[in-house]
Design a protein around this ligand. Structure first.
Ligand SMILES: [Zn+2]
Length: 78
């Protein structure tokens, strides 16, 4: 049972904090292997966190997340 992009996005901060259980992590990485858009998303979040320094992933606003979900809408088949 693979996860959706929305579920994936919800879990990204846990992934970056290494706060996932093994089962969730496996499903997350399965999605990552199949979904180029989510690979880009994770890279973007990593970069934002790196640039921000002290910014914790959970500080990423819902606004930033909505923005990225709109990006998904652009490449996702209609
Ligand atoms: Zn995805």
């Amino acid at each position: 049972m693979s996860m959706t992009c929305e579920q994936f996005v919800e879990l990204v901060t846990e992934y970056l904090e290494d706060a996932m259980d093994a089962d969730t992590r496996q499903r997350f990485e399965e999605h990552l292997a199949l979904c180029p858009g989510c690979v880009i998303y994770v890279d973007q979040i990593r970069e934002i966190v790196r640039q921000a320094g002290q910014l914790q992933p959970e500080d990423l606003s819902a606004q930033a997340r909505d923005q990225l979900l709109r990006v998904f809408d652009d490449w996702r088949p209609k």
